[in-house]
Write a protein that binds this ligand. Structure first.
Ligand code: HEM
Length: 509
């Protein structure tokens, strides 16, 4: 009553003040309404959640999560460890629980996967940019069928076949290193792409440098779109009428460009399948085969195949680059790895290491694991969203809450985490891909073993091991590659000739 009287007396005294006061009140009411409408999932229930930093009203910690992407020390992500094994962070209208220890990752993501296998809506990066086609960002209703077809890739006979292709393609990579040493980083990408390309599409990779660059850029822009648009943090805004969605044209252009690049890889293969001239492949024998056929649209099938190629290539390329950086910084580990291979394959270039040497090359296996731990490729995984409410260790997690693995912190759960020490993995389980921190991909094993055996690396300018420039299609950091000896050169040439890949090593892919 008193407030009303005061306002009335202000109104009588000065119309300008009246307007100003009204605007302030209106803005206040609008702010309260917006705050209520966009209230983060985790604040909609009062039940106990893990502690976490306080953020700004409405936006939460959006600024921090964006800024940290350019911070080589990931200070903000590391700071979340102060709250314990789990930290609650509000980001727009989403609530994320950052998992800061391997123990809670295993409890929540692995053991309770049935309740945490959702994904929160991402109308921009999953919707417009990916045409709802990348299973990586889809909820269970979207990924169930896609993962069913992808599961065929894991049969025993398929895995054996992949092993042979990995050895062949890595021999070509060694020959490329020999013929064009200054393009070492390009060879990593061609190798990584070649194996998964052959698995998915059937033929050996014969693409131009530009085609490969385009596909690498597709991944870079797609990954860059995740979390970049404010709309993905406030997905309710996607319900606004189309004419009000002023942000759409920008993202539509990106989505169209992405789809166009995918089509240029997909259409020729589909045509061959229709003509009956396509070689055996995941697309021919599973995805479009009438017995196992993917039940979604042709466009969705294209996204399944192309996501596989992009996911498999980019990670492997980045991991190989990290390994080179580790070799520059930790020559002692490199030397130790080389003497292990010399014991098995001879220091005089008797033969190249093969996948079957894995049991005798424990240090190399440990080096693969340490490469993925030392500089994790993903700082955060996509959110694993709660599909039905559950309680864990005194906390309540309501549906819609997302769990993300804070890889930077989890990978630092060891002594001297900044040091690259393969020795920390020498625990009798080196060959076990699923044991320990990360599911290790053995395609890294064969390449790391062969590169250590045959080549030397020298930094050709200032380098910083925290700055890997993963998104560059040029040389990410300056390195000079030299062949170890003429005997190693001869061995590579002989092997590449025997496998019929030498002539490809001189092309500029
Ligand atoms: C260094 C190697 C690799 C790392 C670190 C890595 C890491 C990851 C991560 C963190 C995810 C998201 C998982 C989640 O939390 O839901 C993922 C998804 C995926 N990865 Fe990999 N990956 C690697 C290699 C590969 C390779 C070689 C392939 C294929 C040949 C591949 C295919 C995929 C696919 C298809 C998905 C999406 C699956 C789905 O959600 O439906 N990845 N990967």
């Amino acid at each position: 009553m008193a407030i009303h009287n005061n306002i009335a007396s202000i109104a009588r005294s000065d119309p300008v003040t009246t307007i100003a006061v009204s605007i302030v009140i209106l803005l206040g009411l609008l702010f309260v309404a917006l705050k209520e409408f966009f209230k983060p999932i985790g604040l909609r229930s009062t039940r106990s959640k893990p502690p976490g930093p306080r953020g700004l009203p409405i936006f939460g910690h959006l600024l921090e999560i964006r800024k940290q992407q350019n911070d080589p020390d990931s200070k903000w992500l590391r700071s979340l460890a102060q709250y314990g094994e789990m930290a609650t962070v509000h980001l727009g209208s989403k609530t994320w629980i950052f998992l800061n220890s391997q123990r809670v990752v295993s409890e929540i993501i692995a053991k309770r996967g049935g309740a945490t296998n959702g994904r929160s809506p991402m109308p921009i990066s999953s919707g417009i940019v990916s045409r709802h086609g990348r299973s990586l960002l889809l909820p269970p209703s979207g990924w169930t069928e896609r993962r069913r077809v992808m599961h065929h890739l894991l049969s025993g006979s398929a895995l054996k076949q992949y092993g042979e292709w990995q050895e062949l393609e890595s021999t070509q990579m060694l020959a490329e290193y020999l013929k064009q040493p200054h393009r070492w980083y390009r060879h990593h990408y061609r190798y990584a792409n070649s194996v998964v390309h052959r698995i998915a599409l059937g033929e050996r990779l014969v693409k131009s440098s530009k085609d490969l660059e385009d596909l690498q850029n597709v991944v870079t822009f797609f990954v860059g779109s995740i979390g970049r648009s404010t709309i993905d943090w406030f997905p309710d805004l996607d319900r606004l009428p189309r004419f009000m969605q002023f942000w759409r044209p920008y993202w539509e252009r990106l989505g169209n460009w992405n789809e166009g690049i995918y089509r240029s890889w997909w259409e020729p293969v589909k045509q061959q399948i229709e003509d009956g001239t396509a070689p055996a492949s995941f697309v021919r024998d599973v995805l479009l085969n009438k017995d196992t056929k993917y039940t979604g649209s042709d466009q969705d099938a294209m996204y399944v195949a192309m996501q596989l190629i992009e996911a498999g290539s980019d990670t492997t390329r980045e991991a190989l680059n990290i390994f080179i950086m580790a070799s520059l910084y930790y020559p002692r580990a490199f030397k130790k790895a080389r003497s292990e291979i010399d014991r098995v394959c001879g220091s005089n270039a008797k033969r190249l290491p093969v996948l079957a040497d894995m049991d005798d090359l424990s240090y190399i296996c440990a080096m693969v694991k340490e490469t993925l731990r030392w500089r994790p490729i993903f700082q955060l995984t996509p959110d694993h969203c709660v599909t039905s409410d559950f309680d864990f260790e005194g906390y309540h997690f309501s549906a819609g809450t997302g769990f993300v693995i804070n890889e930077v912190v989890v990978c630092n759960e060891c002594e001297d985490p900044e040091d690259f020490k393969p020795e920390r993995w020498l625990d009798g389980h080196e060959q076990d891909a699923a044991h320990g921190l990360l599911a290790v991909r053995w395609r890294l094993f064969i390449n790391i073993a062969r590169l250590v055996y045959c080549f030397d690396y020298t930094a050709m300018g200032p380098i910083d091991s925290r700055i890997l420039n993963h998104h560059s299609t040029d040389e990410p950091f300056p390195v000079k590659v030299t062949i170890r000896s003429t005997a190693h050169e001869k061995l590579i040439l002989e092997e590449a000739t025997r496998l019929g890949v030498l002539q490809f090593a001189e092309c500029r892919m």
